[in-house]
Design a protein around this ligand. Structure first.
Ligand code: ZN
Length: 757
């Protein structure tokens, strides 16, 4: 190889220089012969011998070489050729201290001995082996007797250098100045007080650098072992040991790899890894300490669910795990965020926002000190529990809750007294009004409710304790007009300490508490401050309980202002009735329509509109029968059929009757079963259309009941004049029932009324 050849030249040059380092010390001999004394005697140590050289100027025939060891001098050799001024003394022992002298002879003359050359013979340190170690090339040699120190030389073919001076006793040296993929020639020289041994060069194997180990990371079912790359590495061999075993190779990998996965791992074990570089047939050393991989299984089967306004995470336990670390990411934080550690296999994340999606994963800490890898995570939307409010109404427990914009449904659950499990009592769409009346209740029993929202297939949290109430029927409340204001009457509450009265008006749709009643025995209240000219709504709340009445409504009419009841008989008849309703609506006024039952279905739209405007729909018999001429059964039937027909449309049956023709006698009164109402002002509109307005203007007064018929266009026209005129005169246009209440006249069945003054 070219490299070796170059190296050989270097060695030659080097050692010629070394050979000059001889010591020549000698005693001066004054012998005068015909042959001169050899001069400049020098010795140099060779491999296994000492070379003695000298000079002589007298063409000697030969030379005698003497060697003195300790006090004994002897001839060690003769040279019989005068031109040959060199002698190789092979009978030397390493560590031996020798003085050499030379004498020349010619014929029978012999010179005296030369000055002596002192020498200590040192045998050549023999390089016995090389070891490619981690981080260097180790050179080993045999000990040399008599050596005080060693000098180690290295050549890479371009440059040679002393790389170490070592005291005797060291017969090994690790050369750390070596490069991956290179081989070198080494020589070791033994030294003693300036005397040096010969040398013998030896070529090392190629130096293969050992990889520096980087890390181990637990994966899902494997340990990733990583190391730093070695320049131009062919391959790597990875070794493993476990439980103080010997290293065993787990695989050979191409030089492009610096990470491998060891899948043959068991939860809780500690594995130690090391890596060697392979370069052709040469192997690097390795890190004997290795690097530990503490394998811990990944926690699996991560489940997330909504619970108690938290997202609860649970997972399958990992054997011998000491703790679990829980991580989260969400739409705002794409990176895993550490949430905390737990020794159990559940974790409740309280810091969640309704409607946000969160992804969770878990890592296990093992008894072996390792930390597992983690799964990709499990995602769920946080769905918090709506706040539930319970009120007892006259016939139900009313559930109401805070609306959640994330809900597609609400699931309502109930537990009856003593029951252990929740029963779903209702599923309500997220878009529906958030109320539910549970009518399946009995007084004095306790019911517990809870609610959750559901979005698609995600089930929300619910309050596990629930919301409990003992059911009592709340009072029902009725409202009437009275001469002092609006009179509220309710039935006594079964529990509580008193009542709060709330009012809401049409224009301000907000419940406002305006009165308090102390003690539950008082069950009446007159609201003298109602809002006149619009609808007033009332409800009663029982203090010291969650009982609340249904609401009742009544039109606010000022008892201190005059009021008149316009009444229309024989309808409905759309072309006329609608014109009358138009003007009533325009002036926020109401009238009473005594309808003929047989017409009700035909003109159902009129009936509905009358009711919607707050007008009173009253009974004028089914077939407009003159009741004084009808038998009792017919009377009852005529009244009942009309009431049924109206109730079917408006939900409310008429409470007053006007007999056709106004014909009433004692028998009719006793059979009809309702208050009978006639009039105080007869407009005669059926025969005297032109006089209607003037009749009313001339006869009306506070408390009048005016008779008209919604069959004639002329009556509609008269109404269009009368309504604005009456309003401008300060009259409140009210229904018959309202007028009577306002004036404090409480109508009774079978009694006959014509006016309210
Ligand atoms: Zn009539």
């Amino acid at each position: 190889m070219k490299k070796n050849f170059k190296y050989a030249i270097f060695i030659l040059v080097t050692f010629v220089t070394m050979m000059c380092a001889v010591v020549t010390v000698g005693a001066f001999n004054k012998n005068k012969t015909s042959v001169s004394v050899p001069e400049n005697v020098k010795t140099v140590n060779l491999n296994g011998s000492v070379m003695v050289t000298w000079e002589n100027s007298s063409n000697a025939d030969g030379y005698v070489v003497y060697r003195q060891e300790k006090n004994v001098k002897k001839v060690v050799g003769k040279v019989t050729n005068g031109n040959r001024k060199i002698y190789i003394d092979k009978s030397v022992v390493s560590g031996g201290k020798y003085n050499y002298t030379v004498s020349a002879y010619k014929k029978n003359a012999q010179s005296v001995e030369s000055k002596y050359s002192r020498n200590i013979y040192l045998s050549v340190p023999k390089i016995t082996s090389f070891t490619v170690a981690r981080g260097g090339m180790v050179i080993n040699w045999d000990e040399v007797k008599g050596a005080e120190s060693y000098t180690v030389y290295r050549s890479n073919g371009r440059k040679n250098e002393v790389i170490a001076n070592l005291n005797a006793g060291n017969c090994t040296y690790k050369d750390t100045g070596v490069l991956q993929g290179e081989k070198y020639r080494y020589a070791v020289v033994a030294n003693n007080t300036g005397y040096k041994s010969g040398y013998q060069c030896k070529t090392s194997p190629v130096y293969v650098a050992a990889p520096k180990l980087k890390s181990t990371v637990n994966g899902n079912g494997y340990i990733s072992v990583s190391w730093y790359p070695v320049f131009k590495a062919d391959k790597y061999k990875v070794y493993r040991k476990v439980d103080n075993s010997q290293w065993s190779c787990i695989g050979t990998f191409s030089g492009e790899n610096t990470t491998i996965q060891d899948k043959n791992v068991v939860n809780g074990k500690v594995y130690t890894y090391t890596v060697r570089t392979v370069d052709g047939n040469n192997f690097s050393g390795f890190d004997g300490n290795g690097i530990d991989g503490k394998y811990v299984d990944v926690p699996k089967n991560i489940k997330v669910y909504n619970s108690n306004n938290c997202l609860s995470v649970n997972w399958a336990s990992v054997e011998n795990a000491t703790k679990y670390a829980v991580y989260r990411k969400d739409n705002k934080n794409a990176n895993w965020k550490y949430l905390g550690e737990t020794t159990t296999t559940t974790f409740a994340d309280k810091n969640v926002q309704n409607g946000e999606e969160y992804t969770y994963t878990v890592r296990a800490r093992g008894e072996n000190g390792g930390f597992s890898w983690f799964l990709a995570g499990t995602k769920l939307m946080a769905l918090k529990a709506p706040a539930l409010t319970l009120n007892c109404t006259p016939d139900s427990v009313m559930l109401s809750w805070s609306e959640m914009e994330t809900a597609t449904e609400y699931y309502l659950y109930r537990k009856a007294e003593g029951a252990k499990n929740w029963t779903c009592i209702r599923i309500i769409k997220g878009t529906d009004t958030p109320y539910f009346a549970d009518k399946n209740v009995s007084a004095g029993k306790t019911y517990t409710y809870t609610i959750k929202q559901v979005r698609g297939n995600v089930s929300g949290s619910y309050n596990a304790k629930g919301y409990a109430t003992k059911y009592y029927a709340a009072p029902t409340v009725d409202s009437k007009l009275s001469p002092n204001g609006i009179l509220l009457i309710w039935n006594k509450a079964p529990v509580g300490t008193g009542y709060e009265i709330d009012r809401m008006t049409e224009s301000n749709k907000k419940w406002i508490k305006f009165a308090t009643v102390n003690g539950i025995s008082t069950v009446k209240y007159t609201d003298s401050k109602a809002t006149y000219g619009e609808m007033n709504y009332y409800r009663i709340r029982v203090t010291g309980s969650n009982l609340v009445s249904y609401s009742t409504s009544v039109y606010g009419i000022d008892p201190n202002k005059p009021a008149v009841a316009l009444t229309y008989d024989d309808g409905p008849y759309t072309p006329v009735t609608n014109r009358i309703l138009d003007v009533l609506e325009k002036y926020d006024s109401r009238a009473t329509f005594f309808v003929v039952g047989s017409r009700v279905n035909t003109y159902a739209d009129c009936i509905k509109r009358e009711a919607a405007l707050g007008c009173e729909i009253a009974n004028h018999t089914y077939n407009h029968k003159i009741l004084t001429s009808a038998n009792n059964d017919v009377i009852r039937s005529e009244i009942q059929r009309t009431n049924d027909a109206v109730k079917k449309i408006t939900g409310k049956a008429p409470t007053i009757v006007r007999a056709p023709g106004g014909s009433v006698n004692a028998r009719v009164k006793s059979v009809v079963g309702y208050p009978l109402v006639n009039w105080s002002v007869d407009t005669l509109d059926w025969k005297n259309s032109g006089g209607v307005v003037s009749i009313v203007k001339n006869n009306v007064r506070d408390g009048s009941i005016v008779l008209m018929h919604d069959l004639y266009g002329s009556t509609a026209s008269a109404t269009e004049v009368l309504v604005p005129w009456l309003v401008s005169e300060g009259y409140q246009l009210v229904t018959v029932t309202e007028l009577m209440e306002l004036k404090g006249i409480y109508m009774e069945a079978g009694e006959f009324y014509t006016q309210a003054y």
